[in-house]
Design a protein around this ligand. Structure first.
Ligand SMILES: [Zn+2]
Length: 74
């Protein structure tokens, strides 16, 4: 099985090591954002994509999650 976003071998959640690390970072950062601004997961993903400071890996994961439309609540 390969990563949903690239051609590397999938390790966790259908993502490769790099994308799954980015995914975990997204989840971690979300908790911080939510505590500060009561943002929803999907709004957060949109913000992540707009944020120029977000790494490219995280943006790819965010884009995928938006397109996938999975309401994956932590
Ligand atoms: Zn990947």
């Amino acid at each position: 099985m390969t990563c949903k976003l690239c051609r590397r071998d999938a390790k966790e959640n259908g993502f490769c090591q790099l994308h799954s690390k980015a995914y975990r970072n997204l989840q971690k950062k979300f908790k911080v954002w939510q505590a500060a601004s009561d943002i929803s997961w999907s709004q957060y993903l949109v913000e992540i994509q707009k944020n120029s400071l977000t790494g490219v890996w995280a943006k790819e994961v965010a884009k995928h999650l938006i397109e996938d439309g999975t309401e994956d609540d932590k």
